[in-house]
Structure formats: C-alpha cells, structure tokens
Design a protein around this ligand. Structure first.
Ligand SMILES: CC(C)(COP(=O)(O)OP(=O)(O)OC[C@H]1O[C@@H](n2cnc3c(N)ncnc32)[C@H](O)[C@@H]1OP(=O)(O)O)[C@@H](O)C(=O)NCCC(=O)NCCS
Length: 180
C-alpha cells in the first residue's frame, strides 16, 4: 500500500532504506525525545526486521518510509502502532531528517496517513505520545487538529530518566469536520 501526496510518497519501509534511516535516526540531538536511537546500521537492520510486514495487525508496529518525490530520498519515517485489541485505535509517531524539517513534510505525511487510517482501515481514534519539551511535535499535532487529552507526570523511563508524557488524540468524527 502506497500513499501519494503533492511532494511525497509514503510507502512501507524496506531493508534497502537502512543507510538513509541510520543517517537521521542516529542523530542524538534531533532525536533526544525518542526512545530508540541506533548506534550502528546493524541496529536499523534489526529494527526493520522486527517490524510487522503486514499493516493492521493487532499488537504490532508498522513503519512507513517518507520519500521525497523529487529526489527519491527517504526523508523520514512514520510508525503506526496497532495497540488496541478491538483494532479500532492506533498510536502514531513521525521522525524527519533534520535537513528536511520545517518545510511542511511531516504535516503532509501525517495527514495522508491519518486519512488512510480513518477512511480505509476504519479506525476510530488515533493517539500520539509526546514529551512536553518536544515543541516541534506539539506544533505538528496541534496544527493537524489533535486534542490534548492528558499530561502524565514522570510516567515514562526514556534514555535513563523519568519524563512526562502528553497524550494527544483525534477521533474520526472530528477528522471529518476538520475537512482538510
Ligand atoms: C516532529 C517532527 C517530525 C516535526 O517536523 P516539522 O518539520 O516541525 O513539521 P513539518 O514538516 O510539518 O513542518 C512544519 C513547519 O514548516 C513550515 N513550512 C515551511 N514551508 C512549508 C510548506 N511549504 N508547507 C507547509 N509548511 C511549511 C511551517 O510553517 C511549520 O513551521 P513551524 O513549525 O515553525 O510552525 C520533527 O520535529 C522531528 O522529526 N523531530 C524528531 C523526532 C521526534 O521527536 N518525533 C516525535 C516523536 S513521535
């Protein structure tokens, strides 16, 4: 399954993407709010190997590569966690190579995947978990129309310390009203 937007192709991640993914995912400063930071390309290979090959499998993560149409470069990735036993709710997370941030690519990719999740996979609710200091992510989800639902205090152990966690969510009927 491949999604297309004005400037991007969003397609399942592949083993051949490992070098480009390592290039930006190993960047500790950009990814300081992320739980997973690879130290070798082999770490990325293991990561890709563990990801579900099938989208929409309860209890698994599915990972999309975000590819710039013009250059064919993998500029980021977008994960979808099918965490709900009823399979009506998912969690999403997005990472962009720092050289491709602040151009609207994340907004374009996330909106396209949300549309697919609601319209094709008939999901009811999409959530995302964000560190309160991760201002770019907060701006991204608020721009798209997510509602802030919770602020958990020191609820996650990330990179050797307890951190707060914001939960943002979007339900299908609100997405319809947003009329993007
Ligand atoms: C979260 C993340 C993907 C957001 O990326 P981003 O570049 O800020 O978001 P977008 O690509 O949608 O770009 C939006 C910005 O580009 C600007 N922009 C410039 N040209 C644009 C265009 N042609 N179209 C739309 N927006 C444009 C927007 O005004 C906006 O600016 P603002 O953030 O100052 O308001 C990025 O910060 C990231 O990868 N962080 C590291 C990983 C991480 O922590 N992920 C979150 C955990 S899941």
């Amino acid at each position: 399954m491949i999604l297309e937007t004005k400037r991007l192709i969003i397609r399942p991640i592949a083993l051949d993407d490992k070098d480009e993914i390592f290039e930006y995912r190993s960047d500790r400063e950009t990814n300081k709010y992320q739980g997973w930071i690879p130290t070798t390309v082999a770490d990325v290979e293991i990561f890709i190997g563990k990801i579900s090959k099938q989208i929409n499998e309860p209890g698994t993560w599915f990972q999309f590569a975000i590819v710039e149409k013009e250059t064919k470069k993998v500029v980021g990735d977008l994960g979808v966690h099918f965490f709900d036993s009823e399979n009506k709710q998912v969690e999403i997370g997005c990472t962009l190579n720092k050289y491709f941030q602040h151009q609207g690519y994340a907004t374009e990719a996330v909106k396209s995947v949300i549309d697919y999740l609601f319209k094709e996979l008939n999901k009811h609710r999409i959530i995302t978990s964000i560190d309160p200091d991760n201002k770019n992510s907060i701006r991204l989800v608020e721009r798209i129309g997510f509602r802030k639902e919770a602020h958990f205090v020191e609820s996650l152990w990330v990179n050797g310390k307890w951190v707060d966690d914001l939960i943002y969510a979007l339900i299908e009927k609100d997405w319809e009203k947003l009329n993007w």
